[in-house]
Design a binder for this molecule. Sequence first.
Ligand code: CP
Length: 311
Amino acid sequence: MPLSSRHLLGLQGVPREDIQLILDTAVTFREVLERPIKKVPTLQGKTVVNLFFENSTRTRISFELAQKRLSADTVNFSASTSSTKKGETFKDTVKNIEAMKVDMIVVRHASAGVPQFLTRISDAHVINAGDGAHEHPTQALLDMYSIREKFGRLEGLKVCIVGDISHSRVALSNIFGLRAMGAEVSLCGPATMIPREIEKLGVKVIYNIDQAIRENDVLNVLRIQLERQAGGLFPSLREYHNYFGITSERLEKNGKDIVILHPGPINRGVEISSEVADGPYQIILDQVTNGVAVRMAVLYLLGTLNKADGR
Ligand code: CP
């Protein structure tokens, strides 16, 4: 069965079968990444534009590598060196890029809803690479892939997302994706960083990090997003680290064999200590490697959809 949508805008409402298909397809591409020649001709003749209006290291390079591994033609757009700096509107920019006959657009933007807007002004398949504090679906897919690789399943696993939930697109996509796959999701952080009534999404809220460590199989530790905060959500970075930072002492005190994820970039010594970030519990760089395979799967499944397939 093909994917049920012709875009990947988020994981809210995405059926379990679609997520399963993406994760299973990624297993095949993960194997390609271990070959001496890491390239397949699957998307030969397809053109993908990476529209990045916001900074990125992992997502941007990962998408570009995934496109190259699939033999697609790729073009990178950077807002800081484009004609948007001369006053061109977002819509005009997209219309001009589309006039060059592109098949897929990968977009990152500081405003929530931009990928959805793109689907209205473009015929290309749209993939959300992070929109404001809304969703970051390929990050959640690679997180789920990495957890499944470690445990062999997602169903019934207890996963806690730790940190700045209010400003996190990674948190929201993980909540939707993990719940669709049958995992039990909890959130842990200062009350000022947990949205009110978030329990309505089917998650548990824990305000004590030691309890979160004891009760869960996986911690997905989020970056404190200083650039998105109005300020005053916690007294100081040192205080945040003391109350919610993931340290070796804390993991050992709770006697828990736990798997630690972090989407990156890391604030060492704030949400996670360097010892944990480089230590035996974490799978942070596995996440990055798996991200290329997961993005190859998404590009392949969307790029080979027939016009009649998907919404
Ligand atoms: N995880 C993530 O989105 O990282 P970048 O901002 O570097 O792409």
